[in-house]
Write a protein that binds this ligand. Structure first.
Ligand SMILES: [Zn+2]
Length: 345
């Protein structure tokens, strides 16, 4: 199916025709038996020895991203004097919407917790454990909420109203970024201030299929010329997808089912393969934009374990418009050749 779709796409592109955007094949997991899967697997093999039989032996090497987007908005320390420069219009909606005013840091007094009756069927010890667990969770919730609100107040005071006023008219992101929901993966790892510059879609396994509408909104309505899928070190979603998911909740199973990787694959190889699959699916889905030269689709690895040897925390580009050869990725990054696709060679 994928081979057919890709052949079809190549034929259409060769004919100089444009696929209607709505007619693009739906994103599908890569067919393990297709040449694309072999290509992806061989790329993985170049990175790490893996259980998947393929050519390889090339040493681990990946192009380094040198194109991390810079902050497009003014620094947080915008002078208050600049507040009068923009028109005062942006402030009005804020004033008209009292609910938009951030709550103050001072938390409301916590209600007194009523005495908890110990259920007769519980032993005293079990009841004590339950109380301890409940108290621990309550303390964690209080601390988390307090920290969030306090941090929010500090940030708003630092940025000032003018910063927010600039956000009101519309959003103007330069990139749609699909990352794993993993809490260790945050855009501040590679962007000083992603506000209004990155349209970020997050889910388990940084997938297109489980957030297709959100990704499509970024590409086709916000018109971001860059779509970037970011996998990461020790991804739990990839690990789970490579194992037995039968005991997981149905909704989680459904979201893992679209991570198409061999069972038992090493987590790093699985993450790299999954990123390649996402890029390939997106190339098919957004074939119209790709053919028109309006969209670059990249894959990257957020490497906080230094799996790829480029340094802990580095964002390593591992797929550039379907190109997975590290040397060619490096040369294209260096040349700024970011809108050419492999099938255009
Ligand atoms: Zn993950």
């Amino acid at each position: 199916m994928r081979l057919f779709a890709r052949t079809l796409l190549s034929a259409v592109l060769a004919a100089g025709l444009s696929l209607p955007s709505g007619a693009a094949p739906l994103a599908r997991p890569i067919d393990p038996s297709s040449p694309l899967a072999t290509q992806a697997a061989s790329t993985v093999m170049q990175v790490r020895p893996a259980p998947v039989p393929a050519s390889g032996g090339a040493e681990r090497s990946h192009a380094q991203s040198s194109a991390a987007p810079a902050a497009a908005v003014a620094p947080h320390t915008a002078a208050p004097a600049q507040a009068s420069a923009p028109t005062p219009a942006p402030r009005e909606p804020v004033l008209l919407k009292p609910t938009a005013i951030p709550p103050r840091a001072k938390p409301r007094p916590a209600p007194v917790r009523p005495a908890r009756p110990v259920a007769s069927r519980h032993t005293h010890e079990a009841g004590a454990h339950a109380d301890a667990a409940h108290g621990s969770e309550l303390a964690q919730v209080r601390a988390a909420v307090s920290a969030l609100l306090s941090a929010n107040v500090r940030i708003t005071e630092t940025r000032g109203p003018a910063y927010y006023g600039r956000l009101v008219p519309r959003q103007t992101p330069r990139a749609t970024v699909v990352t794993c929901a993993d809490s260790r993966v945050q855009t501040n790892g590679f962007h000083a201030d992603p506000t209004n510059d990155l349209f970020v879609v997050r889910n388990i396994g940084n997938q297109l299929a489980t957030a297709e509408g959100s990704v499509e909104y970024g590409v086709r309505h916000l018109h971001t010329p860059l779509l970037l899928f970011i996998g990461h070190s020790v991804c739990g979603a990839v690990t789970a997808a490579a194992g037995d998911t039968a005991r997981l909740e149905p909704a989680i199973q459904r979201e893992l089912a679209t991570i198409d990787i061999p069972r038992g694959i090493d987590v790093t190889d699985g993450v790299l393969l999954n990123v390649n699959n996402q890029v390939e699916s997106a190339i098919l889905k957004f074939s119209g934009e790709v053919e028109a030269g309006r969209l670059a689709i990249l894959g990257a690895y957020y490497d906080f374990r230094n799996d790829l040897g480029q340094g802990a925390g580095r964002l390593v580009i591992t797929n550039l418009n379907g190109e997975t050869d590290p040397a060619r990725i490096r040369s294209r990054l260096a040349a700024g050749d970011l809108l050419r696709y492999g099938f255009m060679r």
